[in-house]
Design a protein. Structure first.
Length: 233
C-alpha cells in the first residue's frame, strides 16, 4: 500500500502549515518512525506535489518503546512513532502533529522541559538508598516503567504547562517514592503529591488509554492516593 502522510510542520518562529508526503513501505511491519527515517534519507525530499522541501524535524532515540523520545500525535491520538504501525491505518492516510501541550520547536519536535521542571519542583529523587518493601515491590516496579514521554499530558483535560496540576507524569514517579522512601521521609513528598496531583486530578483517566508503557494509571492513582492522603489521615 502507498501511504499519504500529512505532517503539521512549523519552522522556527514561523506559522504552522500542512505538507503531505507519499510513502511506500519496503516491509509490511514498518512503523511511522521508519517512514520518517526513510523520507529523510532521500537524496532529495519531495512532497506529494513534487516540490523539494526540507527534512522533517522529529526526535527519536531507542526506537524500541523504551525512551519515549518519539512521542507525537498520530491521527489525533498521542503515540510513540516507533510503535505506531503503518498497517494499522487501513485507509493509507496518516496525519502527524506535534504533542499539543508543549511549545513547538520545529515540525514534530516539542520542548518537554516542563516535565523535568515539575519533577525538580517536588524533588522526585532519593537522597538515600530506597527502602525495599516486599508488599509494595510490584507497585514500585510498575511506577518505574514510566517513560516521561508526555502522551498522558496531551490528553489530560486538567493539565496545562505552568499550572499547579502536574498530571500522571508526576503521579507515577511519586508513587515509587511513596513505596520506597523510609517512613520519616514520606511526609514532604506526600504534601507535594497532595498539592500537584491529588488536588487537581479530575479522574478523567484518559491517560490510561494512551500510555505507551501500558501502565494501569487508574490503579496507580488509587494506591498513591491511599498512601499519600487517606492512610496518612
Amino acid at each position: 500500500m502507498v501511504y499519504k502522510i500529512e505532517i503539521l510542520r512549523r519552522k522556527h518562529g514561523e506559522k504552522p502549515y500542512k505538507e503531505t508526503f507519499v510513502y511506500e513501505p519496503v516491509r509490511e511491519d514498518e512503523s511511522v518512525a521508519t517512514a520518517l527515517q526513510r523520507l529523510n534519507e532521500r537524496d532529495v525530499l519531495l512532497n506529494a506535489d513534487g516540490k523539494e522541501t526540507s527534512v522533517i524535524e522529529w526526535e527519536c532515540s531507542c526506537l524500541q518503546k523504551k525512551c519515549g523520545a518519539c512521542a507525537m500525535v498520530v491521527n489525533g491520538v498521542p503515540k510513540l512513532a516507533c510503535s505506531a504501525k503503518l498497517s494499522d491505518y487501513k485507509k493509507g492516510e496518516i496525519r502527524l502533529e506535534p504533542l499539543r501541550k508543549f511549545p513547538v520547536i520545529a515540525d514534530l519536535t516539542v520542548d518537554r522541559t516542563i516535565l523535568h521542571e515539575n519533577l525538580k519542583t517536588i524533588q522526585a529523587w532519593f537522597d538515600s538508598a530506597p527502602h525495599r518493601d516486599d508488599k509494595r515491590g510490584s507497585l514500585a516496579f510498575e511506577a518505574s516503567r514510566c517513560l516521561q514521554c508526555g502522551c498522558c499530558l496531551d490528553v489530560c483535560p486538567n493539565f496545562y504547562a505552568g499550572g499547579e496540576f502536574y498530571s500522571m507524569s508526576v503521579c507515577v514517579p511519586t508513587t515509587k517514592l511513596l513505596c520506597e522512601l523510609p517512613k520519616n521521609e514520606r511526609d514532604k513528598i506526600a504534601r507535594e503529591y497532595a498539592k500537584h496531583v491529588y488536588n487537581g486530578c479530575g479522574k478523567a483517566l484518559s491517560c490510561k488509554n494512551v500510555c505507551p508503557a501500558g501502565i494501569e494509571t487508574d490503579e496507580m492513582l488509587v494506591k498513591s492516593n491511599a498512601m499519600a492522603i487517606w492512610k496518612r489521615k
